[in-house]
Ligand binder design. Sequence first.
Ligand SMILES: O=C(O)COP(=O)(O)O
Ligand SMILES: [Mg+2]
Length: 226
Amino acid sequence: MTDFSKIKGIAFDLDGTLVDSVPDLGAACRATLLEMGLSECSDAQVRNWVGNGTTMLMRRALHNSLGDEPSEIQMQQAMPLFTQHYETCLNQYSQLYPGVADVLPQLHRQGYQLAVVTNKPYKFTMPLLEFFGIAPLFSVVLGGDSLAKMKPDPLPLQHVQQQWQLSSEQLLMVGDSRNDIRAAKAAMLASVGLTYGYNYGEDISLSGPDAVCDHFEQILTLLASK
Ligand SMILES: O=C(O)COP(=O)(O)O
Ligand SMILES: [Mg+2]
């Protein structure tokens, strides 16, 4: 079993890890497709399209409706519409996953440094964290557009590591997607894979995280097992 006793900082993914955001992402996708006169999509489909940021999400939604790659003009038409719709419904139906509201403050009290490393654009990330009252717990928040590269590139995790002056043994990545686990491996960090989120319909254990959790609260047990 991986030894988590050296961990001093934890980077959390957002969508599918802290927040179940598909109901609002789905609504924004559907409103965009409707305005473009295209056929709609279901939340079940959107679950499998989340993971590489909202531009890729919209690209996948357009591809599904068009039956082909969207043109750049269609993408340029879609993105401002998506932004407008998602800004309106951002926290309408989205919810923190069970345990998140209790566990994050506990980890903070225990002295862990906490970060959010998401592929969601920063402009949607901060309002969500603020809405759920968890923003003050994080000393670093990186959106998918905060740096030159997003997960699965290791850059955002390396940035967090540098900010906190931690060795690779001291930083842990917690996420629901193969992008999180790949980013962690590329940055030589340990990772925890959560099974309840979004991962292209794929079992997260196939990505080889150091531990797999079905519930957010299990992170406390993992960190306490020395
Ligand atoms: O916006 C996305 O596609 C995914 O966001 P995440 O990295 O927080 O899961
Ligand atoms: Mg995720």
